[in-house]
Write a protein that binds this ligand. Structure first.
Ligand SMILES: C[S@@+](CC[C@H](N)C(=O)[O-])C[C@H]1O[C@@H](n2cnc3c(N)ncnc32)[C@H](O)[C@@H]1O
Length: 267
């Protein structure tokens, strides 16, 4: 069956927006990773794909300042509507497109950025060729995503795929396929890296953690009342991903392991 890429429209997108706005501090480590690996600088020309409702967008747009250029893309019109309401700078342009189909200039961008979206792409070879073509020589690609064999892949395949409102039929990268993709597209072999990201998402208590993940993944198909859905989400996260308390000096927060990887390549 051909995917229509409307998975993130409607209620799916509303709940995603609720999760991000209700728990703005949960994903601060993701912003740190973006700053470290993408390192957006004044004047940079950046392409973002699968940007969703724009969790990273203000931070990237503010770093490149008015001299920069930032093309923000996502296939979901509802995700992009939520994004547009939150961003108000001139140096951005928004395009509704899946990564395989973005209309891109050649040899133009300094950096390409994506977080948690590439596993939705149906044709990764075509997409990587497009991304490579759009980069300047010396340009940098940073794709952070769920990888095969990780506890996070287990979480998505055992829980999210079962209970998400729109399902979750995707393909996660293996290290081997990620390297092959980059090499086939033209990236130099010695300039491709896969980096473990031991992200932790942070919450005050079990209910907040369960509620965030329940909404982020629209797990509406879990049987029971909303309270039961949230508590089952917490239990599954605890069992599959692992949860721990940070020390008092780190505010005693409940930390959820969110193990991703970053594929970083230079053209
Ligand atoms: C989990 S969200 C991540 C959003 C954002 N990057 C973040 O970290 O909050 C995944 C996003 O990928 C988008 N997506 C789905 N299929 C895609 C494709 N083929 N190409 C690019 N993005 C896609 C969805 O619309 C959704 O907004």
């Amino acid at each position: 069956m051909i995917k229509t890429n409307v998975e993130f429209d409607g209620l799916r997108s509303n709940l995603y927006e609720e999760a991000i706005t209700q728990y703005p501090c949960a994903r601060t480590e993701d912003i740190k990773v973006m700053k470290k690996l993408l390192n957006p600088q004044p004047g940079d020309k950046i392409l973002g794909f699968g940007e969703g409702n724009g969790y990273f967008c203000n931070s990237i747009a503010n770093s490149i300042k008015s001299a920069g250029y930032y093309l923000i893309t996502d296939p979901s019109k509802d995700q992009l509507n939520n994004l547009e309401r939150k961003i108000n700078v001139n140096q951005i342009k928004i395009q509704k497109a899946s990564v395989e189909n973005i209309s891109l200039p050649s040899n133009f961008f300094d950096k390409v950025w994506s977080f948690g979206a590439f596993h939705h792409c149906n044709n990764k070879i075509q997409a990587m060729q497009q991304l490579y073509r759009s980069l300047n020589p010396g340009g940098k690609l940073v794709i952070c995503d769920v990888f095969q064999g990780s506890d996070l892949a287990k979480h998505f395949d055992s829980f999210v795929a079962r209970y998400c409102l729109t399902g979750h039929e995707v393909s996660f990268l293996s290290d081997e396929f990620a390297l092959t993709l980059c090499e086939l597209a033209g990236f130099q072999k010695n300039k491709i890296e896969i980096i473990d990201l031991d992200q932790k998402w942070k919450f005050n208590n079990e209910h907040e953690l369960g509620d965030f993940i329940y909404k982020l993944h629209a797990l509406t198909k879990i049987p029971g009342s909303e309270k039961e859905k949230i508590s089952k989400t917490f239990e599954s996260c605890k069992n599959v991903l692992g949860v721990s308390r940070s020390s008092k000096s780190h505010n005693n927060l409940l930390e959820l392991n969110w193990p991703m990887k970053a594929l970083v390549a230079i053209k």
